[in-house]
Design a protein. Structure first.
Length: 301
């Protein structure tokens, strides 16, 4: 299943992708006469459980009269008419991993780390598909990083690698936007990777049953249609279960927390000549079995 969050005039709404259409689940429940909490994002849907979600998909798929009623009420819309949020609109934590692709380590002549290099991105950096990456005043070297991101589905603390995937809700795409000059000058990455709009995420959460093994996915990044990164998650140094095991030792992961697993080779800072994002660029990331995350680059408001 592909679970998502979308913008609406009265706030965020949770949806399910049905082919090339989006079902507004809260509106479906209202039309059917159900009451309950407002469903805002993919996490709200995931918490309802697989059986509940599948029953909705089955009802809409088999009851033509219901489907037509939903379309007439605007509860089913073409994907092209929907403005998406990040799949989780208010995660407790965004954790990310540095130097986690073998080829990315090689392109900077760095020794692969012995343990994962973990850092945090500010939750205020989070934006959705189509939202602009804003160029900051304090940096002239803004770079892209295409990454597979893991969304936690249940509380995890000190879990073992062999059980780690049990705590995963699903997967999405993250662009770990980075101010390279700040990263090098300040010797830590909180500002360099945590400025406003530096965490584009989406387009939706793909539940883990659709991606039982996240380690064979092609991923690619383009800027204005030009290929910049092209790799496969098989090149990850530390795989998803290892990352969850390492991160969760004496650190509680909560539902909705995001782990961005690292970027492959091809980032702008290691190209010859160096290439950084500029106003008017469009950054597009595609990962197999997930979809596409695209964001424009803009100046500050």
């Amino acid at each position: 299943m592909k679970l998502l969050s979308m913008k609406s005039a009265d706030g965020d709404r949770a949806g399910i992708l049905l082919g090339e259409e989006v079902l507004d689940v809260s509106e479906l429940l209202r039309i059917e006469g159900s009451s309950g909490e407002r469903l805002r994002d993919a996490l709200d849907l995931y918490r309802r459980g697989e059986r509940w979600l599948l029953s909705i998909i089955e009802r809409v798929g088999t009851d033509r009269a219901l489907a037509e009623k939903l379309k007439g009420a605007g509860a089913i819309k073409p994907l092209s008419e929907v403005a998406l949020n990040p799949p989780v609109v208010n995660p407790g934590k965004i954790l990310a991993v540095g130097l986690n692709y073998a080829a990315h380590a090689a392109e900077q002549n760095a020794k692969p780390p012995d343990t994962p290099l973990i850092f945090s991105k500010c939750t205020t950096a989070l934006i959705g598909p189509g939202d602009p990456i804003r160029l900051p005043r304090i940096s002239d070297m803004i770079d892209y990083e295409a990454e597979l991101a893991v969304i936690i589905g249940s509380e995890a603390r000190s879990v073992s690698a062999d059980r780690a995937l049990e705590y995963v809700a699903g997967y999405t795409i993250m662009n770990d936007v980075t101010a390279r000059d700040l990263q090098r000058r300040e010797r830590q990455w909180a500002r360099a990777k945590g400025l406003d709009t530096f965490a584009p995420c989406g387009p939706w959460l793909v539940t883990k049953d659709e991606i039982p093994d996240p380690h064979g996915l092609d991923l690619e990044l383009e800027v204005n249609g030009e290929a910049r990164q092209n790799s496969n998650t098989s090149d990850l140094i530390f795989k998803v279960p290892q990352l969850i095991e390492f991160i969760s030792q004496d650190l509680t992961l909560k539902p909705g927390d995001i782990i961005s697993t690292g970027t492959p080779s091809g980032v702008g800072v290691y190209r010859q000549p160096q290439t950084f994002l500029k106003e008017g660029d469009r950054v597009r990331i595609r990962i197999d079995r997930i979809g596409t995350l695209e964001n424009p680059v803009a100046g500050l408001r």
